[in-house]
Design a protein around this ligand. Structure first.
Ligand code: C5P
Length: 225
């Protein structure tokens, strides 16, 4: 089977309150994007890794030599547009499966990625890494309106792993229909494809705020020691 990876890395990181996009912040001696690509690079199953970068991005070209499987495409307005651009760039390759992973999640474990791939391929259906919600969840604006039962709540992580053609079709249709898509699974659910929930480590955080960055620095130093 043929598996490609897609890495959306075209966000501007406005919630990080720094001058350059968050994926280019350094942790130890490498940018967050390099840490993420190194993790994906450990998956020998991948034959291509397509990174979606912003058209105005000058940082990507300046990165030191990356894995030979890595190529770049232009990102789009929203994350889903960036992913779709990368999927369209893979049309010639015709991968069977595609593994989509956020540039901003450098902490993913190799074992979790391998488990996700193995379970999905074995069952012939797509899935995502996810973590059961641990906190008590409130719905509301300035005041709590209700406490949402958490038994069935999961936090969606990445990677998200789906059959290539099905994901491309679902994203195209969902975007055409102006469906709000914040991850690949939302498009697959909308198109009524199965989305398996594969339990993953909750320290696979998405670096969004300065607090996340501090936590990621600590976790990476722990992983590397
Ligand atoms: O903004 P958020 O943290 O949800 O972004 C998740 C991932 O999607 C990040 O790695 C970001 O770089 C990427 N992204 C993208 N294209 C956009 C917006 C976000 O590739 N237009």
């Amino acid at each position: 089977i043929k598996i490609a990876a897609v890495v959306p890395a075209a966000g501007v990181g406005s919630r990080m309150q720094v001058a350059h996009p968050k994926q280019y912040l350094k942790i130890a001696d490498k940018t967050i994007l390099e840490h993420t690509l190194n993790k994906l690079g450990q998956l020998s199953e991948l034959d291509k890794i397509v990174v979606a970068v912003s058209e105005t991005d000058d940082y990507f070209k300046a990165l030191p030599l990356l894995d030979a499987r890595v190529t770049a495409v232009n990102g789009g307005k929203e994350r889903a547009d960036s992913v779709l651009n990368a999927l369209q760039a893979l049309a010639q390759d015709k991968p069977d499966w595609v593994l989509v992973h956020d540039a901003a999640r450098p902490l993913v474990s190799l074992e979790d990625m391998q488990t996700l791939i193995a379970q999905c391929v074995a069952d012939g259906e797509g899935g995502i890494l996810a973590a059961r919600v641990k906190d008590t969840i409130k719905r509301g604006d300035t005041h709590s309106l209700e406490t949402v039962p958490r038994e069935q709540l999961w936090q969606a992580l990445t990677p998200q792993f789906f059959p290539y053609q099905a994901l491309k079709g679902a994203l195209e249709q969902a975007l055409d229909n102006a469906v709000v898509i914040t991850d690949e699974a939302s498009a697959m659910e909308w198109a009524r494809h199965p989305v398996k929930l594969v339990s993953g480590r909750s320290d696979n955080i998405k670096i969004t705020t300065p607090e996340d960055y501090d936590l990621a620095c600590f976790l990476i130093s722990k992983q590397e020691s």
